[in-house]
Design a protein around this ligand. Structure first.
Ligand SMILES: Nc1ncnc2c1ncn2[C@@H]1O[C@H](COP(=O)(O)OP(=O)(O)OP(=O)(O)O)[C@@H](O)[C@H]1O
Ligand SMILES: [Mg+2]
Length: 367
């Protein structure tokens, strides 16, 4: 009897209006599972709806069906939001930022060139394939690569009648890139406050609509710029990408430390370029950059290893061609690896939303 299994059971409780289950909607809070007892709170956003009157019974049944001998304690919590209130649900990680964006996930790395953007793109697409509403934001002011990876280099987001930016949509994913706003050659002179206000604008002045996940591709490193981005918005959590080499792992450790320093939960590590399977010798597996490094680091840092991505020529080619690999090679082995990564990420996020404190936005001082 685990928290994961409990959440899985609760996923069967679907609100008819939105078609979304109560876990996906982040209605489950303070989940605790121990010693034959399961307790949690259900946060109702619309306490007068027909669904609100049924949800406690439905949730109880869902959990009892899974664990017939468990003691189930559910507390109902009404979170009324007045008309015209601009605030998100209290305690929400994204409070005040974008209430319609439920989860914001940063994809980061200590070292450059380890495959952050590749992972961000294919993770976003895999989440979308799983049925979630997904946005992807390229926050890499130095070297935006999302436009290339989606083949939209020549496009510009339009501004709608409310003077909000409208993300460009490709393959059902809403995209926005710092590359649309700044010339990368000028980005090197950017300072924290400029980055902070640009990121803020990206959130506040963009018509993201309802999103389950907004994936953010961060610039490489753990300096002032990264710290600023991380602290400007309340992140749900971070995914740290590394390759197996010691140098990359050492920088991944720094990235994890950076997130911990500002209370952003690290959802897990991803090892990219973990191994190579020759297409003509599918039974062989070569650990070109070494073996097990990210797994050992994950164990040491007590964070999950969310996935191990192989080196694949097609993955690189599809990045360059602007067609995300997992969408054009759905049945391939690498798409399956990314699907597992996406499912693991969802599980970590759901656990965090149900049980952990949300990350806080912290004011930082720039010298
Ligand atoms: N698993 C992989 N197999 C093959 N090629 C890969 C893989 N991962 C990344 N690449 C390629 O390696 C290069 C660097 O990847 P990517 O741009 O995703 O890294 P990054 O960490 O975002 O880099 P930067 O730090 O510059 O933002 C790209 O050409 C990409 O196509
Ligand atoms: Mg990149």
């Amino acid at each position: 009897m685990t928290a994961e299994e409990t959440l899985d059971a609760l996923r069967s409780v679907v609100e008819p209006d939105s078609g979304k289950d109560i876990v996906r909607q982040k209605l489950i809070r303070d989940l605790s599972v121990d010693d034959g007892r399961i307790s949690f709170r259900i946060e109702l956003r619309d306490p007068l709806s027909a669904f609100a009157s049924q949800v406690e019974g439905l949730a109880t049944t869902a959990v009892r069906d899974r664990f017939p001998n468990a003691e189930v304690a559910i507390e109902m919590d009404n979170v009324m939001i007045g008309f015209g209130d601009d605030v998100a649900v209290e305690g929400d990680a994204n409070a005040g930022a974008v209430p319609s964006v439920l989860n914001i996930i940063a994809v980061a790395s200590g070292k450059g060139g380890v495959g952050k953007s590749t992972v961000a793109v294919n993770l976003a697409c895999s989440l979308s394939e799983l049925g979630y509403d997904v946005g992807l934001m390229d926050a890499d002011i130095y070297g935006p690569s999302i436009p290339t990876m989606f083949g939209i280099e020549d496009e510009k987001p339009r501004v709608n009648e409310n003077r909000k930016l409208v993300p460009i949509e490709r393959f059902g994913i809403k995209l926005l890139s710092m590359g649309f706003m700044v010339e990368p050659e000028k980005a090197v002179i950017w300072r924290g406050p400029m980055v902070s206000s640009a990121i803020r604008q990206f959130f506040a002045d963009t018509e993201w609509g309802d999103l389950d996940y907004l994936v953010m591709d961060l610039p490489p490193g753990t300096g002032d710029i990264q710290l600023t981005i991380v602290q400007t918005i309340g992140l749900t959590g971070a995914v740290v990408v590394s390759t197996p080499q010691q140098v990359a792992l050492a920088d991944a450790r720094k990235a994890v430390a950076m997130f911990e320093q500002v209370d952003v939960p690290v959802l897990g590590l991803v090892e990219n370029m973990a191994y190579f399977v020759p297409p003509d010798l599918p039974d062989r597996r070569y650990a070109i950059f070494g073996e097990g490094g990210a797994r050992r680091l994950a164990e040491e840092l007590e964070v999950p290893l969310l996935g191990e991505i192989p080196i694949e020529q097609g993955l690189r080619e599809d990045c360059d061609a602007g067609t995300p690999h997992v969408l054009v090679h759905r049945e391939g082995p690498t798409a399956q690896v990314f699907e597992v990564l996406a499912r693991e990420t969802v599980q970590r996020v759901d656990l965090r939303n149900a049980g952990l404190e949300p990350s806080r936005r912290i004011e930082i001082l720039h010298k």
